[in-house]
Design a protein around this ligand. Structure first.
Ligand SMILES: [Zn+2]
Length: 409
């Protein structure tokens, strides 16, 4: 047994893999299962496997949720409040990709300490350092690789670059099958590395581009299912979840439905506000840096004025003070601004009109970040023991390793 963030986990007796399907609203799985696109997942569920809806963490962005998945804890505990935060002391906006921002160890560090070899493969390179982090330098680091940079990476004891081992070149980060490449990598490498616990985190390019039933979404799920089958055939206990869902964020004419917060605050005559969009990451073709969550740094005394300027704007669903947001959304208060703003199901939030390059998302913007992208699937491809899922607190994506390691039969 290992302990982490108030939970205990059984050390895996069998090879175990958890997949985070980035941006996977459960409707993608419902739709793909209903149309027979995922026979291996359907087969596992027919044999008593577990499939439920649960909640992701707020904000419904990639980094906070991946870190919750791998720590079993909410952002208020692990400290990752977005893909970006504003470092007040330094006066700069900083990507939260570095291990120094983590306030707790990951399950991989805890497993490595117990002698379990762990392997993390992420599609997006931005997650690689945090997944491979160790806080205790005496602990062997998890092996952490990315599909995006696989052509620059090797594994211990093998001089070949990763694509030579996988047997094909890694696709670009904007290819439909970069996620599958991450799954192929972990499958190809785990035996050589002796890895018993594997985590593969995919990318949401496909989910940003197409709703359930789109041709690329169909291809994505059919190939995912083939690879899931390959893991099951290789003897893995498999679980899957998502970091967040995805919704259309468009007006009736298909153009992006955006509220530009800097413009609104300027029009209301409130000076000295800094709007931070923590969806921002290097992959702006996905979403144009537009999501349904923003935080605003401003003078403490301006909170009521900011609320008055934004709360009644159509499409803005909630305006919260820092304390309200920390309390209601389980966020780390020291890593958010004085105000938190949420867009509704079909609305995204921007800084100012001239700052965003909307050329890549002029039609059919799909994005996430708010409360409406919080519902995620939780799947275990084995029947669960009695007592699972646990009663009490609502199921979240932070429970997936508990379900797979402690709950799977
Ligand atoms: Zn994501």
């Amino acid at each position: 047994m290992i302990e982490l963030c108030g939970r205990t986990y059984t050390v895996p007796r069998e090879k175990t893999a958890v997949f985070c399907i980035d941006g996977e609203d459960p409707e993608y799985l419902d739709d793909a299962l209903a149309r027979g696109l995922m026979p291996r997942l359907a087969g596992a569920l027919a044999l008593g496997g577990f499939f439920a809806r649960g909640l992701g963490q707020m904000p419904s962005f990639t980094n906070p949720n991946n870190v919750s998945i791998v720590t079993g804890a909410p952002p208020s505990v692990h400290g990752i409040s977005g893909n970006y935060f504003f470092d007040r002391a330094a006066g700069v906006e900083v990507p939260m990709n570095e291990p120094r921002f983590l306030r707790v160890p990951t399950i991989f560090e805890a497993m490595e300490r117990a002698g379990v070899r762990t392997l993390c493969v992420t599609a997006k390179d931005k997650l690689r350092a945090m997944l491979g982090a160790v806080r205790d330098p005496a602990v062997r680091a998890p092996i952490s690789l990315s599909a995006e940079r696989a052509h620059e990476q090797t594994i211990p004891g093998d001089a070949r670059m990763i694509p030579a081992i996988v047997g094909r070149k890694n696709p670009s980060i904007y290819d439909w099958d970069i996620s599958h490449y991450a799954m192929e990598m972990a499958l190809a490498l785990h035996a050589q590395l002796g890895a018993r616990l594997v985590y593969v985190s995919l990318t949401d390019y496909v989910q940003h581009k197409e709703a359930p039933g789109g041709p690329m979404a169909d291809r994505f799920h059919a190939r995912f299912d083939e690879l899931l089958g390959a893991y099951l055939d290789a003897g893995f206990v498999c679980g899957l979840t998502a970091d967040h869902g995805m919704n259309d964020k468009t007006r009736a004419d298909g153009s992006p439905d955006v509220r530009f917060l800097d413009d609104l605050l300027r029009a209301a005559g409130i000076p000295g506000c800094r709007v931070l969009l923590p969806i921002t990451d290097p992959y702006v073709v996905h979403h144009g840096a537009l999501g349904s969550y923003a935080t605003i740094y401003h003078a403490p005394g301006a909170a009521e004025k900011v609320r008055a300027a934004l709360a009644s704007v159509p499409g803005i669903e909630a305006v919260m003070t820092r304390d309200e947001a920390a309390d209601r959304l389980d966020l780390p208060a020291d890593r958010i601004g004085e105000t938190v703003v949420l867009g509704d199901r079909s609305t995204v939030l921007g800084k100012s009109r001239e700052l965003h390059d909307l050329s890549a998302v002029q039609r059919g913007l799909r994005s996430h970040g708010g409360l409406h992208e919080r519902v995620v699937p939780l799947v275990v491809c084995r029947p669960l023991r009695p007592g699972f899922p646990r009663e009490g607190a609502p199921l979240t994506n932070a429970d997936i390793f508990d379900l797979v390691l402690n709950g799977a039969t």
